[in-house]
Design a binder for this molecule. Structure first.
Ligand code: NAP
Length: 259
């Protein structure tokens, strides 16, 4: 189940948290992985782990907001391994500290939209051009905050945008006769560096333990997620076991949005 043997996958933001776990899971499932991150050292660290476990991967520096770099990343992927058939648009930033629209600036709004939404558009655009000949699977990491409010206007809007962008592209690819599936994944709170950093700026909690306890209350399952919880879902969507799933949203949230 969930094997992706022979598939070539690009994972953005692959140096940390969900992107790291996803890169490792895809490699363990037989894929050859191009791990990209704006933090190149972090991407190299993920690749080292994959190789130590006998997997195949390369690390590339990539700022996902740079369209020219997307073209180069695809080109390097093709010349190193061949045509990519999986893209995981994972890189993103949080909207912590930007709950109050009246005190926010347009620059703050644009910074979040640029990385969390505009870059997903760029990744999809460049990947579809490559994948249309032989098919593929694009997985876009949205959030429960793309379904319900609670993380500030820019983060909510960016992740809601990813949800519907994915559906729009799923329909487009189907109509074009491309064998490309496009789906979004909606994690609840996952205990990654992005979430742990909330404790540094929060006015409600002062330690990571307090943060964990406060977030726990919103997850009926009784724990926060770990990056591997999301990685397993992404690997399923990347594999041919999900071949009838497109335009869909996979919610992995311990029951957060069920309440
Ligand atoms: P993370 O631990 O902060 O990892 C994100 C990675 O993306 C980091 O290595 C980061 O580098 C990199 N990155 C940031 N900006 C980038 C850019 N412009 N170009 C390329 N890479 C960039 O975060 P995470 O928690 O794993 O989150 C991964 C994705 O899941 C994000 O899209 C996030 O919105 C989404 N998500 C997370 C949660 C959660 O609870 N953790 C819940 C729902 C959705 P730097 O560290 O150098 O910035």
């Amino acid at each position: 189940m969930n094997r992706i043997d022979g598939k070539i996958a690009i994972v953005t933001g692959g140096g940390s948290g969900i992107g790291e776990a996803t890169s490792e899971s895809l490699a363990a499932s037989g894929g050859r992985i191009v791990v990209t991150d704006v933090d190149e050292e972090a991407a190299i660290h993920t690749v080292d782990i994959i190789r130590q476990r006998g997997g195949e991967a390369i690390a590339l520096h990539q700022d996902v907001t740079d369209e020219g770099r997307w073209a180069e990343v695809i080109e390097t992927t093709v010349s190193t391994y061949g045509r990519p058939s999986v893209l995981v648009n994972n890189a993103g930033i949080s909207g912590v500290g930007q709950d109050n629209i009246e005190e926010s600036t347009f620059e703050q709004w644009r910074a979040i939209m640029n990385i969390n939404l505009d870059a997903v558009y760029l990744g999809c655009k460049h990947a579809i051009g490559q994948m249309k000949a032989e098919g593929g699977s694009i997985v876009n990491i949205s959030s429960i905050m793309g379904i319900v409010a609670g993380a500030g206007p820019a983060y909510n809007a960016s992740k809601g945008g990813v949800r519907l962008l994915s559906k729009s592209l799923a329909v487009y690819c189907g109509n074009q006769g491309y064998n490309i599936r496009v789906n979004s994944v909606h994690p609840g709170f996952i205990w990654t560096p992005m979430v742990r950093r909330i404790a540094e700026t929060s006015e409600e909690v002062s330690t990571e333990d307090e943060l964990y306890e406060s977030l726990l209350l919103r997850h009926p399952i009784g724990r926060l997620g770990v990056a591997e919880d999301i990685a397993k879902g992404v690997t399923f969507l990347a594999s041919d076991d999900s071949s009838f799933i497109t335009g869909s949203e996979l919610v992995i949230d311990g029951g957060y949005t069920a309440v």
